[in-house]
Design a protein around this ligand. Structure first.
Ligand code: EPZ
Length: 427
């Protein structure tokens, strides 16, 4: 296993290229199951989770072709072709490694009339139930059976009739599964209380490009008119708003001046508003976002919420930044029940954070010092990197396989803007 060694204190300056969005790619890839024609996705990030999903697709008989991109370039272009599906089972040993595999349930059910997917189980940040995924598919006429740790979904003869479902809780994944099931249903379906994250819009845009008929894109009230078949398409994955927000925090904590090339400010309104409240100067244009810091960081109170609220995936990174603010900040996490795993590790670096249920109180400015720390989940790992960049001395971050799931070539990107960071084998 590798680890990252960071020597803090360098002021970041320069340009970081932003990759395609992991959380968009993970719902765009399974759309290949919805058509016999080739689906080509551009700007796919080179990430462990994307490799894992590609491998899962081959289990179903889907062919994948990676088009020539020089290894030093970021991102890749991959064509998926599901002309023949040889299996509609997503096995435990693959699903347990990547819980986003549950997103094959809706499209596989829509294409073949049956899908058997291992229950994904929980992860470090929460128990991650899938009840809303299943209830939405049942509302569309699917029969759901839970047996031996697997979800077995089946459609009536002739396919799903479609139907209406009102989400009691906003769920990104359940909205995605429901959309991918409804597009080939025999009738019209309506989703209310649906997630509105930019990744959902990216999914709707791809499905529309494939011939789907969806109304209300970008709102929480979606109407899907089922069609008989969908065509292939070539589609560019949206830029990763969480990667961009993470590097914005890294720039800010070092007093830096960094250009996030390719970032789309319209997807990051709540994160950029938080950074501006903290005193960061943010400029955006059609091609990216520029972060400039001038002087002291101000404490703020932040609460995560479904889009367009503050992304829960940005909470840990902003917490690290607020360790250096001149005063006390309060962060409230409303989405996941256990998303403060970074707190004890940050405390080992000198942060002064106390937690009470879903609220964290961050007292700043803390004199952060380097330490050996452990990554626990994807965004928590990034928060440790951000703190290390501003810490006195050397920090070693272990178990960085968590990072490799969501940040394409992180150390190379940070080296581009002057960070003293290197990846070494962890003996
Ligand atoms: C997606 O997870 C993202 N993952 C997460 O990003 C992100 O944190 C989350 O959305 C919220 O924005 C991907 O897109 C691959 P949810 P998802 O269903 O779909 C509850 C990262 O760091 N819920 O919106 O699993 C659930 O427990 C990852 O990149 C149910 O109760 O999230 C949670 O409290 C982490 N029943 C809330 O809804 C269900 O059936 C939101 O979960 C489904 C969810």
């Amino acid at each position: 296993m590798d680890k990252l060694i960071i020597k803090g204190g360098n002021r970041l300056s320069g340009t970081i290229p932003i990759s395609g969005a992991k959380n968009a790619a993970l719902t765009l890839i399974p759309c290949a199951l919805l058509t016999e024609e080739p689906l080509t996705l551009r700007n796919l990030p080179r990430l462990a989770d994307i490799d894992g999903f590609q491998h899962l697709m081959t289990q179903f008989g889907v062919s994948t072709e990676i088009h020539g991109k020089r290894p030093e370039e970021f991102g890749r272009v991959v064509t998926f072709e599901a002309s023949r599906i040889t299996s509609n089972v997503a096995p435990y040993d693959l699903v347990r490694k990547m819980r986003a595999s549950i997103l094959v349930l809706g499209p596989m059910l829509a294409r073949t009339g049956e899908a058997t997917v291992s229950m994904p189980g929980g992860c470090a940040i929460g128990n991650r139930p899938i009840d809303l995924h299943l209830k939405a598919l049942e509302a569309f006429g699917a029969e759901i059976e839970l047996t031996q740790g697997y979800v077995k979904a089946s459609a009536p003869e002739g396919g799903l009739p479609g139907g209406d479902f009102d989400f009691p809780v906003v769920s990104v994944g359940a909205t995605e599964n429901a959309l991918m099931a409804a597009v080939l249903a025999n009738g019209t379906s309506r989703l209310t209380g649906a997630a509105r994250e930019p990744e959902i819009v990216d999914l709707c845009n791809l499905l529309t490009a494939m011939g789907a008929e969806i109304e209300g894109i970008g709102t929480s009230d979606l109407t899907i008119h089922g069609v008989k078949r969908l065509n292939g398409a070539t589609y560019k994955v949206m830029p990763d708003r969480i990667e961009a927000g993470s590097y914005a925090c890294a720039a800010a904590i070092t007093g830096g001046d960094v250009r996030l090339e390719g970032a789309r400010a319209g997807d990051m309104i709540s994160s950029l508003a938080a950074l501006r409240k903290i005193g960061i100067h943010v400029e955006d244009d059609a091609k990216g976002v520029t972060i400039k810091t001038n002087g002291a960081l101000k404490p703020v109170d932040l609460t995560t919420a479904p889009f367009p609220g503050l992304a829960t995936d940005m909470q840990a990174q902003l917490m690290s930044l607020l360790c250096k603010a001149e005063g006390t900040s309060v962060l409230t996490e409303t989405i996941f029940e256990n998303r403060f795993m970074h707190v004890p590790e940050l405390a080992r670096m000198g942060a002064d954070i106390s937690t009470e249920g879903r609220t964290a109180i961050v007292k700043g400015p803390a004199d952060l010092t380097g330490a050996e720390v452990m990554a626990t989940d994807l965004r928590a790992s990034m928060s440790l990197i951000i703190a290390a960049l501003a810490a006195e001395g050397e920090t070693q971050v272990r178990r960085i396989y968590h990072l490799d799931r969501g940040y394409e070539r992180l150390e190379e990107k940070l080296q581009l803007v002057g960070a003293d960071i290197e990846r070494v084998g962890d003996d």
